[in-house]
Design a protein around this ligand. Sequence first.
Ligand SMILES: [Zn+2]
Length: 251
Amino acid sequence: MKLTVLGCSGTYAAPGNPCSGYLVQSGETSVLMDAGPGTLGELQRHIRLEDLDAVLISHSHPDHWVEVPVLRNALRYVLDRSGVPLFTTAETVKLISAACHEQVSPTFEMSTVSDGSEFTVGPLTVRCSRTDHPPETLAFCVDDGERRLAYSADTGPGWSFEEFGGPPIDLGICEATFREGSPQALDSAASGGGVHMTACEAGAMARRSGVGSLIVTHLLPGADPLAAAEEASAAYGAEATVASSGLVREI
Ligand SMILES: [Zn+2]
């Protein structure tokens, strides 16, 4: 399996770094996992849109899905494609439908998924797990029969990769929006937490879950990636990588 980070900027896009979007490939199968603003252009650096097999959207926050109506423009009006499977939460289905003027079909074949949902895309099995984040948010575990990759989407520290059960996860992509002790982290904790993780919480969660290797992502624009890497690595007990647009990882 191959992961390509298209964009990973938390909350809003940064110069040269779109919001959340990850390309997962296995053999001839290509899946787009989240489609935040700016990810459509980056996606085309790596695949032709004709070759996109499915879209997974984790939740209804706009930094994770607003490229979908623009992707529909490309598929419907230029490439004449239809029936592209799109899996997401009930609330996100409604928002995407509204943004496409209720004309999602026939371009996308939308499926509502929720905690515990399992489906296949070609040779890949995808499992969903509800995270610790205010709107219904789904983490995804993608399994090609040999290797497992898991993406936390957005989550507070009340969720972990352990929720997927099964064999160990080879590659974990975990959000690490905040730095430990930062004003945003303190504000989040003071209001009850459960929105995002710090790099330290992400590293500790990955360590507890026995994740083989860790990429931390969804840092706020302007955050210091080296400091986040140090914080996550210390808690993980091994070197964690900070995501960046264009990062490729084979597992
Ligand atoms: Zn969110």
